[in-house]
Design a protein around this ligand. Structure first.
Ligand code: M6R
Length: 364
């Protein structure tokens, strides 16, 4: 069952290259995206003037990445909501709205309630889910199944990575139908996406290095994850993983926002994990890294292989293979998952079944 791994989480982390491959299988053909369970025509999409992405926890983090991709590629305004907040803030939903719900289990109570509310108000609902036959998959108009296989560990890993992949493919699909990206550009992104499973494997091959880094977190009480743009979204996922399974307080911050208050908390006692892949904001992120360095924080950088610049400003660097920036989250999350995993093990925590948490949250 655990296939020789000590925990389901570690097994599932290692299953990610396969999960990524399975999820793209048959969906990337001749330079375009084919989503069989999604049937949005140009006429239908032309009506859409607003997108909401609604989800909880890790799935919500995948939605944050989805927002940038859909806005950038399909030129549609997107808001991302936590499902338990969505219904109560009076979102403006009508038949010009596209609602995307993301749920590994397809049974999360708040996500399901949001889906039903959106449908009642006339929205078109696309679900991204990992469980065939789940309530979410049955009730949505369109479905993108993630083919991660059963995820047992409470901490989501392979489901998240395939949700990201689902958002990439949906973003491209919307751009394709709307004609907002040149075919050539779509082809380029698809070529890069096809490389991701083997690049993910390359990241996994650095496991020993990350395990070693994790040892220095055993006594840590607070940690920060910082980044800009898509790196910030992944930072949130990294912080959640660390909190969830190692019980270390962790906070993700938009790097440029630190100096508006939170920087006061950064000392030599607070390690900072700084994600810096997004080329358009790279220099700005490095300026923020220097701000935390100036407070004596130990900084672990995360950037593309081949970038020799970051090492000058931080204490350690973890490298991921180079890809296009929109796909970087598919690689940068892996070291963060491994880091949390090894910190959790080193602290003697119950990795697969963290205290107070359940795999599927079926109460609101
Ligand atoms: O099954 P879902 O994707 O709807 O679950 C949503 C969250 O409960 C889930 O992602 C949770 O945040 C994970 N335990 C995080 O690792």
């Amino acid at each position: 069952e655990k296939g020789g791994y000590e925990h389901f989480m570690l097994k599932e982390i290692h299953e990610q290259p396969k999960a990524l491959r399975d999820t793209m299988l048959g969906r990337l053909k001749d330079g375009s995206v084919v989503l069989e369970e999604v049937d949005l025509t140009l006429e239908q999409l032309a009506r859409i003037n607003k997108v909401y992405i609604v989800a909880c926890g890790t799935a919500w983090h995948a939605g944050l990445v989805g927002k940038t991709l859909i806005e950038r590629w399909a030129h549609l305004p997107v808001e991302v909501d936590i499902a338990s907040e969505f219904r109560y803030r009076g979102p403006i939903i009508d038949d010009h709205t596209l609602v995307i719900v993301i749920s590994q289990s397809g049974e999360t109570a708040d996500t399901l309630a949001a889906l039903r509310e959106a449908k009642n108000r006339g929205a078109r609902v696309v679900a991204v889910t990992n469980v065939v036959g789940s309530t979410v998959s049955r009730e949505a108009h369109d479905v993108i199944f993630t083919w991660a296989g059963p995820e047992i560990a409470v901490a989501s890993t392979k489901a998240y990575i395939t949700q990201l992949e689902g958002m990439v493919m949906l973003g491209l699909y919307l751009a394709q139908v709307k004609g907002t990206l040149p075919q050539e550009k779509i082809g380029e992104i698809i070529t890069a996406l096809k490389l991701i499973p083997e690049q993910a494997q390359e990241v996994l091959n650095q496991e020993d290095l990350i395990k070693e880094l994790a040892q220095s977190f055993v006594k840590v009480e607070d940690a920060f994850f910082i980044g800009r743009s898509l790196d910030w979204a992944v930072a949130m996922e990294g912080a959640l993983k660390l909190k969830e399974i190692s019980y270390i307080h962790a906070e993700a911050y938009a790097a440029g926002e630190l100096k508006h208050g939170t920087l006061a908390l950064v000392t030599e006692e607070t390690p900072v994990i700084a994600l810096a892949t997004q080329r358009d904001v790279y220099d700005k992120t490095i300026s923020n890294v220097k701000e935390v360095k100036a407070r004596d924080a130990r900084v672990i950088g995360l950037t593309y292989k081949g970038n020799t610049n970051m090492a000058k400003s931080v204490d350690h660097v973890i490298y991921v293979p180079e890809t296009i920036d929109e796909l970087a989250p598919l690689l940068t999350v892996i070291p963060l998952q491994l880091l949390s995993y090894y910190v959790s093990v080193a602290r003697g925590c119950d990795v697969d079944k963290p205290r107070n948490l359940a795999k599927s949250v079926t109460v609101e």
